[in-house]
Design a protein around this ligand. Sequence first.
Ligand code: KG4
Ligand code: ZN
Length: 345
Amino acid sequence: MILALETSCDDTCAAVVTAGGEILSNVVSGQEAIHGEFQGVVPELASRRHCEVILTVLHRALEEANVRPADLDAVAVTREPGLIGSLLAGVAAAKVIAARHDLPLIPVNHIEAHAYSVELEHDVNPPYVSLVASGGHTALFEVRDETTYRLLGRTRDDAAGEAYDKVAKMMELGYPGGPEIERTARDGNPGAIAFPRPTLDGDRRWAWRCEELDFSFSGLKTAVYYHLRDHPDARPADVAASFQRALNDVLVHKTLIAAERAGPSRVCVTGGVAANGPLREAFREQGRRRDTTVRFPSPELCTDNAAMVGHRARAVDARADLTLNASPSNTVLEAASGEAAAAAT
Ligand code: KG4
Ligand code: ZN
C-alpha cells in the first residue's frame, strides 16, 4: 500500500493506493477561496496553506482508507515540476513520514503522473498517446510502456489551462478559469467569433517532426483580448464558447494526428483541462470518426490529485533518501530533450 502526497500547485492532496492500483482514498483540499480574489494562484499563500492543512489531509486519507501507517509499504510524493514552495511542503511531509515509519520514499514527476492517470480507471495498456493539458503544461507523449515514453510535442508558450485561466481573468469570470469558461459558454454560440486555431490553421503538412505537434496558445489568448477591447458589447457567452471551441479544436486535432503518426489507436486525455465537457465530447466524436479509442480519467482525477501520484509511484524504481529536494522545473523532460525516450523519475 502506498501513501501518496501531491502539493505541486494549489491543491493539498493525499491518497492511499494499493499495490494492485486500487484507490482506497483520495482526499483533495482546494484553495479556490484563498486565490479567488487574486484571480490566480499566489505562490506564497499556496505554500503556507499546504503547511497548515497537510497533516489533516493525510490523516483523512489514512482514515478513509482504513489504513494505519504500519500497513504502508511506501510513501510517494510529487517532487517536480511546480511551485517550489508548494512542492517543498509535500516533500517535507513525505520525508517525515518515511523517516518516522521507516518507509521507502518514492519521488514522482507530476506530468508523468497525469500522463499515466487514465490507467487508474481504465484498462489501457501501452502503447498509447497521452495528452496532458493542465494549468502549467500542455504536452503530447507516446507512452510505450510503464517506464518509457516519448515527447511528441509541447506548448511553446501558454499551457491550455493557463489560456483558459487568463481569458477568464480578462472576462472577470473568476478562478480557476476553466470551469468558469465552460459554465459561461453553455449559453453561447461556439461559431459566433472566428478565433484563430494557432499552429493548426493553414498548416496541413504534418511531417513527423516534434515541432509540428507543438502547441501555442498565446496568440489565441491575445485574439480574445483584442476582441473584448474592440467589441465591448460582445456576449460573454459567445466569447467564452468561441474561445473554448478554438482551443479545444487544437487539442483534439493535434492529439489525433499524433496518434495516427505514432501508430497507437488509443488516446488518453488527462490534466485539469480534460475535465472540460465539450472537450471530452469533441474527442469522443472525432475519435469515433478516426477509429481511435479515447479515454479520460473521471473529472476529479483529471485535476490535481494524489491517487495519480500513487499509481505512478508503482512503476518508479527510484528511491530517495532524506536529502530529496523538490524541483520547480521538469528535469525528466529536460534531460530527455526533444524526441528522446525518457525513463521514469
Ligand atoms: O492539472 P491541474 O489541476 O493542475 C495543474 O497541474 O496545473 O489543471 C488545472 C487547470 C487550470 O488551468 C484550470 O482552469 C483547468 O485545469 N481546468 C479546466 C476545467 N477544469 C479545470 N479547463 C477547462 N475546463 C474545465 N472544466
Ligand atoms: Zn496537474
